[in-house]
Design a protein around this ligand. Structure first.
Ligand code: NI
Length: 163
């Protein structure tokens, strides 16, 4: 188990375009394991490889229903709209209201290179969008409707969780 250092907003690596994974080898498996360990330690619900300084198209997500590993993920369709709170482990102590698609379908590969498609809605769809954005150097602050402040009276049933 290895906890990796999380790259924070302001560091250049977070803004780069990540490269596709072409080798489904031991290094990838170690990266996936370290990313999951790092996400759980930080109590996040998602993490993308650039957030640990690795510019490869790899994300992990766990919104409480088990770990999902996605290699070379791509959103192939989306629909609807949801507006709600969102945070990011690379932007500690901040959160914002962000509008995202309400349903997405993602095509991705697993750690062995096998191809899958996953459809998600609601918070899981939000998590997929947020993490896949990281692979193109996009952070939620680029598309937020507005920042949430401590004294904000915004109330929502959704918990604020950091991705
Ligand atoms: Ni994030």
């Amino acid at each position: 188990m290895a906890i990796r250092k999380i790259v924070e907003l302001g560091e250049e690596k977070l803004r780069k375009i990540s490269k596709p994974v072409d080798k489904f080898d031991l290094r990838l498996r170690i990266l996936l394991k370290d990313m999951a360990d790092t996400m759980y330690k930080a109590e996040g619900v998602g993490l993308a490889a650039p957030q640990v300084g690795i510019l490869r198209r790899v994300v992990v997500v766990d919104i409480g229903d088990g770990l999902i590993e996605m290699v070379n993920p791509e959103i192939i369709s989306f629909s609807g709209e949801q507006t709600g709170p969102e945070g990011c482990l690379s932007v500690p102590g901040r959160s914002a209201i962000v509008t995202r698609p309400n349903e997405v379908t993602v095509r991705y590969q697993d750690r062995n290179g096998d191809e899958y498609e996953a459809s998600a809605e609601g918070f899981l769809a939000r998590a997929f969008c947020h993490e896949i954005d990281h692979l193109d150097g996009v952070i939620y602050v680029d598309k937020m409707d507005r920042e949430i402040f401590d004294d904000d009276d915004y109330e929502d049933d959704e918990e604020e969780e950091e991705e």
